[in-house]
Design a protein around this ligand. Structure first.
Ligand SMILES: Cc1ncc(COP(=O)(O)O)c(C=O)c1O
Length: 503
């Protein structure tokens, strides 16, 4: 085997937006397809190629795994990796240059970090502290069976046909009743059921924001919101982190830029876990009313409090009708039903529904039926009572584990609710570097840069404490401690991760 022939021309550029394993896989694939590497050629062992290309062994494992998925190589256990018979692949060759046909797409400065995050191979036994996911063992399978099979709710065949774009009417009624317990009074014509609050946000952006419009966001903030605003061509004004809202700066923005809207997560914010004080909420509403500022209140976490109840929502304090409220079942029940909701003035709901018709006609009926039953049966309330106790224990378990294993390297405040611990790490390292080190020790998280606009550097990381039980959290944090004390090792066995959303 002539290794120089195999690697000649393969360049690995760390600054490239494509992950390194992909660059290597693409280079080898080209050589296989143009027969520079003939059928049966044995590729170098992973460790050897890693050394030659000055990358980690994990990177080479991922590259080989991808080539295997593309049927360009085969692995013989105990022997090595060999170029496969091209004739064995029944894939058509790429005659269409797809990239040239795609419509122009906004490329966020975050793209390369996110791609690294999604594409970094993780071992199957990796403990993910990255995804903002409830623990799947809490998903209420019995209630789904009850909803669909008990016969109590007398579903009609028409419930499974096309329904109103705004949503399944019984769910809108039960949601209105549920929200009234939290001080939000809404009639069904003020509610739109969306396929997740992410869709709600997308519809709001489509409805209000034109390229070059100004919008205000907290900094840091939810990645999905940054992406939605950036993709719309909006110019983003940020309110930097501080103990409370910097009203002087906010008013300056309002006078100088006349922003279309302000997006905020006032309660157990993603990623910081912060809560806007009651005083700031009242002052924000006062200022917004004065300047006719539309506030988009994103509220996935307020019901997940582990001490005192948080202050009332901005929507419930709204004196001028300018607050658009978004809720979701993703964090309080299960994300896979993809159901969230928007509460706003009927004219706004009407326009959002028109936008929604362009993308999915209406949200999934079965999910809406199941959620209606969860609300009617009081299931959601009792489920919340259970998870509040459990998530509090998990938060405390993560906090003690950090104190035990990472106290020299991480600072944080303890959040009173929500899903996340927002930690400042020392010594600072780039997000990409931290992801790489974490993958090698079998743990994952989201680096702080993902939550800032304009490529702002960050030495923070976000850890989710809700998905795993206390023992796994402790083990995850023990592994995390290693990324500060040792360089990356070649421990991870990759599995395919492409297409996973980062939430
Ligand atoms: C602040 C915030 N808004 C919206 C979403 C999206 O939620 P959904 O699953 O309802 O689309 C998330 C998910 O993490 C979130 O944290």
């Amino acid at each position: 085997m002539d290794i120089s022939k195999i690697i000649s021309g393969i360049r690995v550029n760390q600054a490239d937006s494509a992950p390194m394993y992909l660059q290597i896989a693409n280079g080898l694939a080209a050589k296989i397809q143009n027969s520079t590497l003939s059928v049966g050629t044995k590729l170098p062992p992973e460790r050897e190629l890693a050394k030659l290309l000055e990358v980690s062994r994990t990177t080479i494992i991922s590259a080989y795994r991808l080539l295997e998925e593309q049927a360009l190589v085969t692995t013989r256990v105990g022997s090595g990796t060999y170029v496969a018979e091209l004739a064995n692949t029944d894939r058509p060759t790429a005659n269409i240059l797809w990239e040239q046909l795609f419509a122009p797409q906004y490329k966020s400065p975050l793209s390369s970090l996110l791609r690294t995050l999604v594409a970094t191979p993780t071992a199957d036994e990796t403990i993910s502290l990255a995804a903002g996911m409830p623990d799947p063992t809490f998903y209420p399978l019995a209630i789904i069976q009850k909803a669909l099979l008990s016969g109590k709710y007398n579903f009609e065949s028409s419930d499974l046909g096309y329904i109103a774009t705004e949503g399944y009417l019984p769910l809108k009624h039960s949601l209105a009743a549920w929200q009234s317990h939290q001080g939000i009074q809404a009639t069904p014509d003020q509610i739109l059921i969306a396929s997740g609050s992410q869709q709600g946000l997308y519809l709001i952006v489509k409805t209000f924001v034109e390229p070059r419009d100004y919008v205000i966001v907290e900094s840091p903030t939810y990645l999905g919101a940054i992406q939605a605003f950036e993709a719309s061509g909006a110019r983003i004004l940020t309110l930097p982190p501080s103990d409370g809202i910097n009203f002087e700066l906010l008013e300056d923005y309002l006078i100088r830029y006349r922003p279309k809207l302000m997006y905020t997560i006032p309660t157990f914010q993603n990623p910081t876990g912060r809560v806007m004080s009651l005083q700031d909420r009242q002052e924000l509403i006062r200022l917004a009313a004065r300047y006719r500022l539309v506030i988009v209140e994103d509220d996935p976490y307020s019901q997940l409090y582990y001490g005192q109840q948080p202050p009332p929502s901005l929507k419930s304090l709204d004196t001028y009708g300018g607050v658009i409220y978004m809720g979701t079942f993703s964090k309080i029940l299960f994300p896979g039903l993809r159901t969230g909701w928007v509460i706003a003035a009927p004219q706004v709901i009407n326009r959002l529904a028109q936008e929604k018709q362009h993308i999915d006609l209406h949200s999934n009926n079965l999910s809406q039926i199941i959620l209606h039953v969860c609300l009617e049966e009081g299931y959601l309330a009792s489920h919340l009572a259970t998870v509040r106790v459990e998530y509090k224990k998990r938060r405390d378990a993560m906090v003690s584990a950090i104190r035990r294993y990472c106290s020299d390297y991480m600072n944080f405040s303890i959040p009173e609710g929500g899903f996340y611990l927002w930690c400042t790490v020392t010594p600072p390292a780039s997000g990409t570097e931290l992801i790489r080190r974490a993958a090698a020790v079998g743990v994952s998280f989201v680096p702080g840069e993902a939550f800032y606009t304009n490529g702002t550097k960050s030495n923070e990381i976000r850890l989710c404490f809700c998905t795993h039980n206390a023992d796994l959290l402790k083990e995850g944090i023990r592994r995390l401690g290693r990324i500060f004390t040792s360089g990356a090792a070649d421990a991870a066995q990759p599995s395919s991760t492409a297409g996973r959303p980062i939430i």
